[in-house]
Structures are given as C-alpha cells and as structure tokens.
Ligand binder design. Structure first.
Ligand code: PBG
Length: 327
C-alpha cells in the first residue's frame, strides 16, 4: 500500500499546531463598529431587522463608545438619524445636526482611544432618501451634491472627527472633500473612501436603522454587482484624489473585489460587512440553523484573508471580546 509521506493533516492535528500555522488572524484593532444615533431619543431603541444593534440616544451612544473602546475595537463609524429631513439634507451640514453633535459627544468621551469616523453622505438627511441633491427631473445632481459634501465634511471635521467616510458614490467626491478639509485647516482629518460601493440588496436592514424612505433605487450612482474592473477604476480615481484608505462594500459577496483591490493599491483596504450580511447570519442562527459565533468569526476571517486589513462589522464589539478570550 503506497501510504502518503506528505501529510498536511500533521499541521491540523490539534489546536496548538493550528494556532501556530494560522495564516490569518482577526485582530480587534482592525475592527470598526458602526453605530446609529437618533435625534430626540431618550432611550436606545432596537432595530427589528438588525437584532442586537441599537438606535442610540446621545447618552447611550457615549456609553456604547466607551464599551467599544474597552473591547479594543479600532474605530467607531457614526451614522445619524435626524428627527426631520428635507430635500437638500441640511441636517447633515448643520453643526447642531444629530451626527455632528454625536461626533462631539463621542470625541469628548473617548478622545484618541479609538478612531472616530463619520459617514459622509446625505441619504440619512434627505426626505427622498437619495445620497445627493436632485435635479428637477428627479436624477441625482453630481456636482451640486459635491458642494454639499464639502460643507458636510468641514462640519464633521469641526466637530472633531478623525476620519470622514464619503459614501455617496458621486464622481469627484474624494477630491472635493480633501480640498475642502484642507482649505478649512483640517489637513489631519483622513478620508476613508467608500471607493467601491455596489448597488446592493444587502443594505436592506440599514434602511430600517436610519429610517430611510428611499424612492427608487441607487443604480445611477452605485455600482453594478456584475462589474469588477470598474471597481479598480473607482479605487484608482479615489487614491489619485487623495483617499487615505479605501473601502469595498458589501464584503462577503465581493471577496474577489477585495482581493483585486488589495493587489492594486498600497493604501489600507477596508471592507464593510453590511447590514444584510449580518442579518442573514443572525436570522439563521436564531432559527438554530447555524452556529452563530463560529459563522461570525469565519466570515470575519474570510474577509481578512481576502485582503481587507480593516473590517467594518456590526459584530465588532462582540467579536473583539471573543477574540481576546481566544488569543
Ligand atoms: C450611505 C450608507 C449606506 C450604508 C452605509 N453608508 C446605505 C446605502 O448606501 O444605501 C449601508 C450599510 C449597511 O447596509 O450596513 N449613507
């Protein structure tokens, strides 16, 4: 009998050797937790389609931020849910708008203990739910929207944010935001470009989280899931315009894109494990169909293995706690 001499199984035989040879580790410092804060809330509120994720009050947000720091997460990405919206999303630019207030709150609470980031997009603030200003015929006006993003970026930087995350997929947004920040004296505020953002059905639960009432869809500005080369073009443009970090979104259905982007650029690459990815696992686990913790860590490991150095995930705090027990 020709028994094999080369036995890969030797390196799998127990936990110690598996740990020794593991090629990928997820480090809490590379996880970023998205958090939602809603104007006017006195108590945090559950989000039905995102079990375990909350719409925070200003108060509960501060506490959650401290808890996230204690868990060792690398960053917090803030999203605001305004009490009122209008056609131009003025709540995003107003220094007293909920997101800008929340940035101030969180920065006052955690200082430099983690990286405070903010979503830089108008969809949470517009009555029509689009990421920009509309033309009279209902299209999204790229260049008018850029002017709004420039003001919003400066408002967020004035509030003390460390990283802004332009996510509206307008052409030229990174360059405009970078120039506006510099002109306002915010050279140190970094830009995390949502460089690759697909028009994805996986954002469904997020719309609940921010109570967005989107009319129509985002296919004239977000990317077609069919395309990969287009993503490399988007990334190249964003890096040329001054992006400090680039992100791919969603994560798990687009691991080929994550790997291609990683190979194409030298800036840090992030991936956003979006609301629908999270909800899918939570729902299956609630039915007893999958092992929640194992699937959670397997997805994060896979996103990391594909080449994302930073992962935005609603599990960030819990995963950080689990990983710390483990290593
Ligand atoms: C835009 C934004 C969205 C998400 C993050 N930033 C919504 C969208 O573009 O439609 C989705 C994140 C998620 O689904 O978890 N403000």
């Amino acid at each position: 009998m020709p028994y094999p001499e080369i036995r890969p199984r030797r390196l799998r035989r127990n936990a110690a050797v598996r740990r020794l040879v593991a090629e990928t580790r997820v480090d809490p410092a590379e996880l970023v937790v998205p958090m939602f804060v809603k104007e006017g809330l006195t108590e945090p509120r559950a989000i039905a389609s995102l079990p375990g994720v909350l719409q925070h009050s200003r108060d509960s947000l501060r506490k959650a931020a401290v808890e996230a720091v204690q868990a060792g997460v690398g960053g917090i990405m803030l999203f605001g849910v305004p009490a009122e919206r209008d056609a131009v999303g003025s709540g995003g630019i107003d220094p007293n708008g909920i997101l800008n207030v929340a940035i101030r709150d969180v920065v006052a609470e955690v200082g430099d203990a983690t990286v405070v980031m903010s979503d830089l997009c108008l969809d949470e603030f517009t009555s029509h739910g689009h990421c920009g200003l509309l033309t009279p015929d209902g299209g999204v006006d790229n260049d008018a929207t850029l002017e709004a993003y420039a003001k919003m970026a400066v408002a967020q930087a004035n509030a003390g944010v460390g990283v802004v995350g332009p996510s509206g997929m307008m052409d030229g947004q990174v360059g405009v935001v970078r120039r506006a920040l510099d002109a306002a004296g915010h050279q140190d505020v970094a830009v995390l470009a949502y460089a690759v953002k697909y028009a994805s059905a996986f954002y469904g639960p997020f719309r609940d989280a921010v109570e967005s009432t989107l009319e129509g869809d985002r296919r004239t500005y977000q990317q077609d899931p069919a395309n990969l080369r287009e993503s490399l073009r988007e990334v190249a443009l964003d890096v040329a315009e001054g992006a400090d970090l680039v992100m791919v979104k969603p994560a798990l259905p687009y691991l080929d894109v994550v790997a291609a982007v990683r190979a194409a650029v030298d800036v840090p690459v992030a991936a956003y494990q979006v609301s629908g990815e999270y909800a899918m696992v939570e729902a299956a686990a609630a039915n007893g169909w999958i092992d929640r913790e194992r699937v959670m860590l397997e997805t994060l490991t896979s996103i990391r293995r594909a080449g994302a150095q930073i992962i935005l995930t609603y599990w960030a705090v819990e995963a950080a706690q689990l990983l710390r027990q483990r290593y």
